[in-house]
Design a protein around this ligand. Structure first.
Ligand SMILES: Cc1cc2nc3c(=O)[nH]c(=O)nc-3n(C[C@H](O)[C@H](O)[C@H](O)COP(=O)(O)OP(=O)(O)OC[C@H]3O[C@@H](n4cnc5c(N)ncnc54)[C@H](O)[C@@H]3O)c2cc1C
Length: 466
């Protein structure tokens, strides 16, 4: 019998890691999941009789030289209903803040062309940068360098286009996002620039169940139902030494194993939900804390009738507020679910945090007021239903996804997925790191400068000496 491995978390990365381990011959697996479901941040939610995606929604990166491994699963194997997202057409759908209708499309197109021209200059700039990341600058610094809005976007149109290009993707503003590590964006450069929106009642999460079905039992609907996936198991402590690990859950259970793989979000690692004993070393903590967990919130609204334009090129529309990120990005579901009268508005960052903390009735009133500014002649009715996901407040996620901030280099990124003793973490190729350890006794070498030092701050030991 081979080693026992515990995987913490049954989202995409936990279930995929289990598959890689299983295929390479590691058979004694246990997956501990805090919530009552498999799927994590891929999550369908029933909204007014319709399953909508409150987490991941797009297959990003289609149509390029290399094949995005998710794409054939979505499009061929499971045949999930999906729709090409035509973001180029937003230039024709930018609404004035004050009820004045649409901005002139040619004007918006010019501003968009300029913004993308500068963005391309940023991509060229990164080609000159040292691969270590030591020359990296923020996207905003790059924009200043090319004399593009040196003091930040000045008009509502420039502001909302800047928001559309950057915040709507990274969920953080250009002032904090690393230029070098987002230009080019590996997903786009490798897999292509097309994005496909998944709108299928089985949910985007069905790909996780499909991936898991190669080694886990599923029920008649293809949903993972394996005894080795234990739900409602909130891991609170991971004790490790050079002989093994002991994982303790909130309900008082203990699980021993040879290795543990932690697949929780960066936000969870930054919180105190899981206590590591001994404390993780300084280099690991520093890597965890210096990355950013961003917040991206998809607010769904249902209306008694449709009052927004539909048809070719009308799917995405934009509210050009003077206040950055104030209910800016709108999407209609008329193509995906005709007659459902559902709109999606996306907010990020501070707006997400603000909105998570207020009652949904207030959010609904704010969003409807914005719609009334955009469509002053339409007699916009009140929304009959609203759903506001709270990824940031949820202790099992603490945000939506990570963003690469300025000031973090490649080496520190590698430290994020680096194991600490018998504690492993998910990340690019991270299952192989554990497989190499198990079968070839190979150590993954990422050493921090402070590796062997104890660190003490205000009398509190934050990292033990080795
Ligand atoms: C709003 C939103 C929109 C997104 N849009 C897209 C998109 O369009 N396209 C795209 O490709 N990606 C998108 N993403 C990102 C994508 O969803 C994630 O990258 C991916 O699902 C992460 O999978 P994971 O397994 O790494 O983490 P998770 O899905 O977070 O899985 C980790 C699991 O660990 C569990 N857990 C947490 N703490 C504990 C604990 N203490 N004990 C036990 N279990 C625990 C969690 O419940 C969870 O199930 C989006 C994410 C969000 C939130």
């Amino acid at each position: 019998k081979g080693p026992r491995v515990i995987i913490v978390g049954a989202g995409m990365s936990g279930i995929s890691t289990g598959k890689r381990l299983w295929e390479s011959g590691v058979r004694d697996l246990v997956i501990l999941e805090a919530t009552e479901r498999v799927g994590g941040r891929m999550h369908k939610h029933n909204f007014g009789g319709l399953n909508v995606e409150i987490g991941a929604n797009w297959v990003e990166g289609v149509g390029g030289d290399k094949l995005n491994p998710i794409w054939p699963i979505v499009n061929s194997t499971l045949k999930l209903r999906n729709f090409y997202s035509d973001f180029d057409s937003v230039v024709g759908n930018v609404y004035k803040e004050d009820g004045g209708g649409l901005y002139d499309e040619d004007y918006v197109q010019q501003r968009m062309d300029r913004a993308y021209e500068v963005d391309d200059m940023g991509t060229n700039l990164t080609k000159m940068m040292d691969p270590s990341g030591r020359d990296d600058i923020s996207i905003l610094a790059m924009q200043r360098m090319f004399n593009h809005q040196p003091n930040g976007p000045a008009t509502p149109v420039d502001m909302v286009l800047d928001y559309f290009i950057y915040d709507y993707e990274f969920a953080e503003p250009p002032s904090v996002t690393s230029l070098q590590n987002t230009h080019p964006l590996p997903t786009e450069a490798d897999f292509g620039e097309d994005n496909h929106f998944v709108a299928d009642q089985r949910g985007f999460e069905s790909i996780i169940h499909y991936i898991g079905s190669s080694y886990l039992a599923t029920d008649a609907n293809g949903t993972i139902s394996d005894r080795r996936v234990l739900l409602n198991k909130v891991v609170r402590q991971i004790a490790y030494n050079n002989r093994g690990v002991v994982v303790k859950t909130e309900d008082g259970s203990s699980y021993g194993a040879d290795f543990v793989v932690v697949s929780t979000s960066l936000g969870v690692l930054q919180s105190d939900l899981i206590q590591f004993t001994p404390q993780l070393p300084f280099w690991k903590l520093a890597a965890i804390y210096r990355f950013d967990m961003a917040v991206y919130t998809k607010i769904f609204l249902k209306f008694p009738r449709r009052f927004w334009p539909v048809g070719e090129g009308k799917q995405f529309f934009v509210y050009a507020s003077r206040r950055r990120g104030y209910y800016g990005m709108w999407q209609s579901f008329e193509r995906e679910y005709p007659g459902a009268n559902v709109l999606l508005v996306t907010v990020t960052g501070d707006e997400s945090r603000r909105i998570e903390q207020q009652p949904d009735s207030v959010t609904k009133a704010e969003a409807v007021a914005v719609l009334r500014n955009m469509f002053p002649d339409a007699d916009v009715p009140d929304a009959t239903d609203i759903y506001v996901p709270r990824w940031w407040s949820n202790r099992f996620f603490k945000g939506s996804y990570s963003n690469w901030p300025i000031g973090v280099n490649r080496y520190e990124y590698d430290q994020l997925r680096a194991p600490v003793g018998r504690v492993y973490f998910t990340g690019v190729d991270s299952a192989d790191i554990l497989i190499n350890r198990i079968f070839k006794n190979e150590e993954y070498e990422v050493r921090g400068k402070y590796d062997n030092q104890a660190a003490e701050v205000n009398g509190k030991v934050i990292a033990e000496a080795k």
